[in-house]
Design a protein around this ligand. Sequence first.
Ligand SMILES: *Cc1c(COP(=O)(O)O)cnc(C)c1O
Length: 266
Amino acid sequence: MPDQSTPSTPQHPATGPGSVAARLTVVRDRIAAAAVAAGRDPGDVRLLVATKTQPPQAVLEALAAGVDLIGENRVQELVAKAPAVADRLAAGTLEVHMIGHLQRNKINQVLATATGLETLDSLDLAQAISDRCVRDGRTGDRALDVMVQVNVTGEESKSGIAPDDAGALATSVAALPGLRLTGFMTIGAHLDSSAEHRVRAGFARLRAVRDEVLASSAPGTESAGELSMGMTGDLELAIAEGATIVRVGTAVFGPRGTVPAPVRRE
Ligand SMILES: *Cc1c(COP(=O)(O)O)cnc(C)c1O
């Protein structure tokens, strides 16, 4: 009979092939190789581990293997996993980004548990978050890190502001006292159904938006250098186009939605 006092069984072996640590090594090697191939410094590309649907135990394995930036898609999951990472957050050795669409009625929960938001796509939302930050005394150094999410593919199903409108939104966001604009985020065209050059063109478009905003020298835009783009399937293409953050889930944890095999006890 299983010992009820033992913590739930990890989904992956703790060490060896197939472990989160081993998979992370492969991902870091991919990032470094892509950076070198693009003539870039591998240290200029940060890994964000996308933890959606993963249990706290898997997240802790990633942190133990050196991960210092994670991203959640849903506020509910962000809040549920907050206790597991509270120590690291308090110590200032972990950043947690919200990388999914945020509804206005969940702003308080995000501010309580995340260090950054990558999915800002309207001035309305930005204003509401900034107002809340100001009320909480979070301005200057304590302002919330935000990125403007841009829909570079024009697909209806994807959130994000249109590339043509992104610069104006970014400039307005950068001027809000409760927010610190750190850059731009996008989800690339689906690589399976698009040619590589089309995926790359989307990433290049995000870079062009960023470069234009940086060149504007508008107040608050000087910190907006980040490009969060590239996932498991297309991180090499994103790094070739200048990604400074790649968001990776599947390559770290394996495919989502698979029920872990039952553990055999001899
Ligand atoms: C799930 C997700 C990722 C990671 O995708 P993988 O293909 O699993 O690496 C990155 N960004 C966002 C916004 C996501 O929702």
